[in-house]
Design a binder for this molecule. Structure first.
Ligand code: NAP
Length: 308
């Protein structure tokens, strides 16, 4: 019998989302958020052991167990040439994790990405829209989605986009650094998406976890969850300079083709969040106001020089 409390295992607990989940865990939620050194998702035995321990310990303590998988190979360009490792972590890892969760009847929330879409749409992508990844990273993440949704586990896939937060390298922290180093910054204005603060996403994931563990799980297994609204990387960079209190015109627009990178990015990857709200979950606020709330902590961590 459970007491209403939740025990959460977060593989990838040292990543930017993993650390945010730990920081924002609500009262009554017991977190175990191992990093790669403690729980390597490519080691099947270790994964099975960790899920077994979660199920047994939660059962003994009257808590409802759940896994939120924040581990991933997220180096989008490196994945183009490091395909085996990217598939091992983003596809095989979730497959083993889902099987372990299934055998212990532990629900699994798995994170995925807007990069599963081709990026040629002219309106936000819905969960029912066809996927067509154009990068190895996107392909590996799609394979991970399929592994979770096809596993027979109580699994939910949550696609999100353009993540930033206080922890770990991300676009906002890079722009803060570049604004200190250079007078002018060139940023692409031909890729559109929805910047999403890990703080708001973490709160959303805890809301979803609470629904699942209290027997009110959404029927839909594939959900989109991002901050509302959309912009380009150029618009996002300008907003960061506004938050810094410096002239946003120091950011100059450029085109993706001006600085080719190994992996193709979708030109348009805004996700429609109606799947999230139709499941009765709270919509995330507009990306611009999320940035204003997030900014002091992101800037603090950047200037403290941690995980840059
Ligand atoms: N970042 C974005 O813009 C973005 C956008 C859309 C979706 N997502 C998805 O959101 C999720 C969280 O992303 P994030 O930005 O928090 O990623 P992140 O900061 O790169 O964190 C990934 C975590 O995975 C860990 N990891 C690496 N190899 C591992 C292994 N073999 N076993 C276990 N853990 C391993 C990393 O540990 P080390 O630090 O030790 O390597 C790190 O803690 C991912 O599923 C990602 O695909 C991210």
């Amino acid at each position: 019998m459970t007491t209403g409390g939740i025990a959460v295992l977060v593989p990838g607990g040292t990543g930017q989302l993993g650390r945010e989940l730990v920081a924002r865990a609500p009262a009554g939620v017991r977190m175990h958020a191992p990093g790669r050194a403690e729980l390597d998702l490519t080691q099947a035995g270790a994964v099975i052991e960790a899920v077994t321990a979660l199920a047994e310990q939660a059962g003994a303590d009257g808590l409802a167990p759940i896994v939120i998988n924040a581990a991933a190979y997220t180096a989008v360009d490196a994945a183009e040439t490091d395909q085996a490792r990217a598939f091992a972590l983003n596809a095989d890892g979730p497959r083993v994790l889902a099987a372990a969760c299934s055998s212990h009847r532990v629900p699994l929330l798995h994170l995925s990405t807007d990069y599963v879409f081709a990026g040629e749409a002219d309106r936000p992508y819905r969960v029912t829209d066809p996927v067509e990844p154009r990068s190895i990273y996107g392909l590996t993440k799609l394979a991970g989605e399929d592994a979770v949704l096809g596993s027979g586990a109580s699994g939910w896939v949550v696609r999100t986009s353009w993540l930033y937060g206080a922890y770990g390298p991300n676009f906002v922290r890079t722009i803060i650094r570049l604004a200190d180093e250079r007078d002018a910054l060139s940023v692409v204005d031909d890729q559109r998406g929805s910047p999403t603060w890990t703080g708001d996403l973490a709160d959303g994931l805890f809301e979803l976890a609470a629904r699942i563990t209290s027997g009110q799980a959404p029927g839909a297994r594939l959900l989109h969850c991002t901050n509302a609204g959309e912009t380009t990387w150029y618009g996002f960079a300008r907003a960061v300079l506004e938050e810094l209190g410096t002239d946003p015109d120091r950011v100059r627009p450029c085109k993706t083709g001006d600085a080719p990178r190994p992996a193709r990015r979708p030109a348009y990857s805004v996700l429609a969040n109606d799947s999230w709200t139709e499941a009765g979950l709270s919509p995330l606020r507009d990306w611009r106001s999320a940035l204003t709330e997030a900014f002091p902590s992101v800037e603090h961590q950047q200037r403290a020089g941690t995980h840059s």
